[in-house]
Write a protein that binds this ligand. Structure first.
Ligand code: HEC
Length: 171
């Protein structure tokens, strides 16, 4: 559970997620008891020191959510979810639980989106096809989930990405 990408969500937004989950019908889906896979066992050897729950600051003050508007601040807040795969600095990362070594590209101005316009970025997220005509693999880049983002949300993320330094690809 990659907590670092989620734990800055505001109490209001987390409350909305909980309210939504409570509207879902109960599903009887018996799962095997969860356990640690091979990688988890290696991480646990370090006395849990590398497990996500031990890496976050449990005493950090709760985030006040920025006003929902086309601003870099709101874009930064929304782009936390992108750090899950594109890395903390958005300069590249590895998709969690994907096949070994599946990279997510650099999306700072130093990566491919640096040469795009705002509408090319919005079209890429909405259609899953980048300006070069490449269809982004929905198994790894969940663009089919991000199509529900509003124009303002995507514009805010674009503003934020544009405000970042042009970083080299670095995981
Ligand atoms: C679950 C992992 C994951 C998340 C979350 C994710 N991405 Fe991606 N993204 C990828 C991968 C992997 C690729 C490369 C896909 C391919 O080449 O088929 C990609 C590709 C892209 C591209 C195309 C880059 C290019 O060179 O064509 C853009 C733009 C992008 N992502 C933006 C975002 C934004 C903005 C967010 C957050 C709203 C986000 N991604 C969240 C994994 C992710």
């Amino acid at each position: 559970m990659p907590l670092a990408a989620f734990n800055k969500i505001s109490d209001e937004d987390l409350g909305a997620v909980i309210a939504y989950l409570k509207t879902l019908p109960p599903v009887d889906n018996a799962l095997d008891e969860s356990g640690l896979g091979p990688l988890g066992r290696i991480l646990a050897v370090f006395e849990g020191g590398l497990l996500p729950a031990t890496l976050i600051d449990h005493n950090a003050p709760r985030t006040t959510p920025p006003v929902a508007a086309v601003t870099t601040e709101y874009g930064e807040y929304l782009a936390q979810i992108c750090t899950l795969c594109h890395g903390e600095r958005l300069s590249g990362g590895v998709v969690p639980s994907a096949e070994f070594g599946r990279n997510a590209p650099n999306i700072t101005p130093g990566g491919a989106p640096g040469g795009w316009t705002r509408s090319q970025f919005v079209d890429t997220i909405r259609s899953g096809r980048n300006p070069k005509g490449k269809l982004l693999d929905p198994e790894f880049m969940s663009w089919n989930r991000f199509t529900q983002m509003t124009d303002d949300e995507l514009d805010a993320i674009w503003l934020y990405l544009q405000s970042l330094p042009a970083r080299e690809f670095e995981k």
